[in-house]
Design a protein around this ligand. Structure first.
Ligand code: OXT
Ligand code: ADP
Ligand code: MG
Length: 578
């Protein structure tokens, strides 16, 4: 048991006893469970909690907006398999953090949003307390579990429940409500220490049934055109070696979903990343490992998947995921590490390679697409087009494969996903299941803090705007983050005009804006890059120095397309414009 963080208080003469309080118990509960980093924004009633946590050796990262602190906590959970903790004040701070909590839940990242709240007695009678809000009720539908602690002696249990709920089974977001009064409640220190809970085996292995393993292997063995799809659940599982061995032993082409890229190098001979349409359409057996058949996979049906009948094998920890969109012929429920290990064992020493006509066809399509893209990446145009700018960043990531690549935007996201090969697991962090803008700076900060690795964040100019103020946070903590803003003067493009008046069109920003100037205000390095050569030099300098840097990469305002690669989801009016 670690040394407790107690406060001594003298009572009546002769009855002196060691006391603790809610503040200390919260800090002790976090430390006892190995949570050594907290992301948040201070204020009533948690200002002292932040100070005291910092004094007690917890790293407390103070942000400029709770949403960004929340995204940082969410991605910290993804990177570490421990719940990322975000600490906010009541009502408005809580609400600012809530988007990130919902995002963590949607993306299956373990996170705990801890918010101070107002007095229950006043909130429940709606008597207008300071920042009054029934936070627990509001959080409930947006997270995996929500708890409130009213008594200091329950803080240990409250945190234990929150930690276990966040990481066990399908990971997700948990809300923990701590009313202001709780923090100053006092209790005997020894009793307080006894009330704390160290969570044992927070995410127990979930071993798949042998019959389900056999069924999955039987279906895979019967495939003439197998495909393995790895999703971010597979990256989260940290079963990297087993996954790689399994994929290699199967000999099947594989596709990696965006945040799974790098689980196996994108340059791996079995990679079908550059033959996506072909493999989805033509495969006869598709094995999903930690990936859902949601919109990102066109729900497993329709044009993308072609007419050929398919059988699906799905490996997932969440039984309810099975048959969510199409029939799953071989559901394999369990944690990915255990499932893939069992599959490997079941395959034995002699697993047949998939038919050569299939792998040859996939490889030919892949090589054709790669060759088609190659000349575009050499473009030296100024202002830059996306491919010219991404071409140099692709080389930089190849040379620095352990750097973390954060990415958001529309064209900036979709083109970077295709162009920039990843070589190691959990190095590509992006908008995830919701395609949400605003994750950029929170993710970059947490990635640097949690891994100690350099971070390259490539951001559309719109995307960057959602969390841009956190460049002050990056400078304040002197983090090795290089932000590249792909500045095309707007959302998708900078060329729209408003035919009806003097206001600018809804999708455009100030023309020729200089985002690099923003970071200079906080002592960071700002660079304006107008050509791929300038961009390359500036990014390499930033990655070498580790100094907070923001590069304004000037992109041709006409180069992007509406909604990037998902324009098909954008409804269009059938009525003629007046
Ligand atoms: O096989 P085919 O022939 O099909 O080819 C595929 C691959 O095989 C091939 N490929 C390759 N070829 C050669 N070499 C290599 N290495 C290679 N790799 C692949 O390339 C093609 C394409 O491959 P891909 O990408 O794998 O396949 P595809 O078909 O695109 O995959 C489908 C999807 C759905 C899986 C994929 O497209 C995907 O993951 N998409 C995610 C899209 C997404 O999430 N977008 C973000 C949301 S867009 C919109 O909502 C925006 N908003 C609104 C908004 C949001 N989002 N959030 C909030 C809080 N508020 C508002 C806003 C405001 S975007 C946005 C800002 C945009 O402006 P910015 O300034 O930020 O950005 P710019 O656009 O740059 O201006
Ligand atoms: P992607 O967007 O990359 O396709 P999704 O977020 O849709 O990935 O899917 C991730 C899936 O991984 C979820 O269904 C989740 O239940 C599952 N998952 C997460 N962690 C594990 C794990 N450790 N073991 C098994 N499945 C997991
Ligand atoms: Mg843009």
């Amino acid at each position: 048991m670690p040394m407790l963080n107690t406060a001594t208080k003298t009572e009546a003469p002769g009855t002196e006893q060691e006391l603790t309080d809610g503040f200390h118990l919260v800090i002790d509960a976090l430390k006892l469970n190995g949570i050594d980093t907290v992301y948040g924004v201070p204020g009533i009633p948690i200002t002292d909690l932040g100070r005291m946590a910092q004094a007690a050796g917890i790293r407390v990262l103070s942000f400029r907006h709770e949403q960004n602190a929340g995204y940082a906590a969410a991605i910290a959970g993804f990177l570490t398999k421990k719940p990322g903790v975000c600490l906010t004040v009541s009502a408005p701070g809580f609400l600012n953090g809530l988007t990130a909590l919902a995002h963590a839940t949607t993306n299956c990242f373990p996170m705990i949003l801890v918010s101070g709240s107002s007095e229950r007695e006043i909130v429940d009678l709606q008597q207008g307390d300071y920042e009054e809000m029934d936070q627990l009720a509001i959080a409930k539908p947006l997270c995996k579990a929500a708890f409130r602690v009213l008594h200091a002696q329950d803080i240990g249990i409250g945190f234990a429940r929150a930690i276990r709920a966040a990481v066990s089974g399908r990971p997700g977001g948990v809300y923990l409500d701590l009313p202001a009064k709780l923090f100053s409640q006092v209790m005997n220190a020894e009793a307080g220490q006894r009330s704390l809970v160290k969570v044992i085996d927070a995410a127990p292995a979930q071993i798949p049934a042998p019959s389900a393993v056999k069924r999955a292997l039987d279906v895979l063995k019967g495939a003439k055109r197998p495909l393995i799809i790895l999703g971010k659940g597979a990256a989260y599982a940290q079963a990297d070696d087993a996954i790689r061995s399994f994929v290699e032993k199967s000999g099947a082409p594989f596709l990696q979903m965006s945040m799974a890229k790098g689980l196996l190098p994108d340059t791996h001979p079995q990679s079908a990343g550059a033959a996506r349409s072909t493999v989805l359409k033509d495969a006869d057996v598709v094995m999903l490992i930690g990936a859902r058949l949601n919109w990102l996979l066109s729900h497993g049906k329709g044009k993308t998947w072609g007419d050929a009948p398919k059988k699906f094998i799905q490996v997932d920890i969440e039984p309810k995921e099975m048959d969510s969109n199409v029939e799953i012929a071989a559901p394999l429920v369990g944690d990915i590490g255990s499932c893939v290990t069992a599959l490997l064992e079941g395959m034995g020493g002699n697993w047949p390679a998939p038919p050569a006509d299939w792998t040859t066809k996939v490889n030919a399509k892949r090589d054709e697409n790669v060759a088609k893209m190659a000349p575009k990446l050499m473009s030296n145009a100024s202002p830059m087009d996306y491919h010219g700018a991404l071409g140099v960043l692709r080389t930089i990531i190849k040379e620095r494969p352990d750097a973390i690549f954060v990415n958001e935007g529309a064209n900036t996201l979709d083109l970077a996903r295709g162009v920039i090969d990843m070589y190691q697991p959990r190095k590509r962090l992006d908008v995830g299941t919701w395609g949400v803008m605003g994750i950029g700076m929170g993710y970059a900060i947490a990635a640097a803090v949690e891994t100690g690795k350099p971070v390259l964040a490539v951001e559309g100019d719109s995307a960057f705007g959602f969390s841009g103020m956190e460049i002050e946070t990056i400078c304040r903590y002197d983090l090795p983050v290089c932000v590249v803003v792909f500045n095309n003067d707007g959302i998708y493009r900078g060329t729209d005009t408003n035919s009806a008046g003097a206001d600018p069109a809804t999708t455009v920003f100030v023309k020729g804006a200089r985002y690099d100037k923003m970071i200079e205000a906080f002592g960071g390095v700002g660079v304006n890059a107008t050509s791929p050569d300038e961009l390359k030099r500036a990014v390499n300098a930033a990655m070498d120095s580790g100094k907070p840097t923001l590069i304004n990469a000037v992109i041709d305002p006409a180069a992007g397309s509406e909604s990037g690669r998902i324009g098909n989801l954008n409804p269009q009016s059938v009525l003629k414009k007046k």
